[in-house]
Design a protein around this ligand. Structure first.
Ligand code: GRF
Length: 221
């Protein structure tokens, strides 16, 4: 699987993917990493791993569609099969999604459909939820909305704030995103309406990380 990664910031999820590719758990070739901000730390992480990078500044484009078309051009030039959004802070239009229909995934730091949009960690902390978490999902034209591939739950405590809860969630993000991508690389996901069916999915919830579907080796360690 040739994967393109779009990001805007730190790129810790990209790093988790790079680490899993390096240790052989994720059978993906990260073909290109594209940011919309030149200062995105994720670009430096990609360069350090020898991955081709590009920066496309959204401010240089008059409309969202023109920006999206440039992203598509670069991804297609890199012969990308799937696109992983990893902290990419732009809304994608049909100009992007049509050419990659069903082949774009995103990670969101909440248990969707709760707390979509920005500052999801703060929303959860402020709301006083008991179970927070993260979601990897296919991307459709509505924000944080497409079919769910995997979710992970973490406890939220009364003394949590955006930062403490966010850190707990992020640790699980780094586990579930490479796992979801590996299922895609293995060709094990199928869509049935909004349900994402995982071929050979387990139902064991006794592990240290409460995810659904359960993590499989080596992602469960
Ligand atoms: C993560 O919390 C992710 O869920 C959200 O943006 C953040 C990106 O973090 N979509 P990083 O750049 O991967 O460190």
């Amino acid at each position: 699987m040739r994967l393109g990664v779009l990001l805007s910031g730190s790129g810790s999820n990209l790093q988790a993917m790079l680490d899993r590719v390096a240790d052989g758990a994720l059978a993906a070739d990260i073909a290109v990493v594209i940011a919309n901000k030149p200062e995105a730390l994720g670009l430096a992480r990609a360069r350090a791993a020898g991955i081709p990078t590009a920066c496309v500044r959204h401010a240089d484009f008059p409309e969202r569609e023109a920006f999206d078309c440039e992203l598509v051009r670069l991804l297609q030039a890199s012969r990308v099969d799937y696109v992983a959004l990893a902290g990419f802070m732009r809304i994608l239009t049909p100009a992007f999604l049509a050419p990659f229909a069903g082949r774009v995934v995103n990670i969101h730091p909440a248990l969707l459909p709760a707390c979509p949009g920005i500052h999801a960690q703060r929303q959860q902390a402020d709301h006083g939820v008991r179970l927070a978490g993260c979601t990897v999902h296919f991307v459709d034209e509505e924000m944080d909305h497409g079919p769910i591939i995997i979710q992970a739950a973490v406890p939220a405590f009364a003394d949590d704030n955006e930062a403490t809860l966010g850190a707990r969630i992020l640790d699980l993000e780094h586990r579930i995103y490479p796992q979801a991508l590996q299922w895609i690389a293995q060709g094990r996901l199928r869509l049935s309406g909004r349900q994402v069916l995982l071929d050979g999915a387990g139902r064991d919830f006794s592990g240290p990380f409460w995810t659904n579907p359960p993590l499989e080796p080596p992602f469960d360690r």
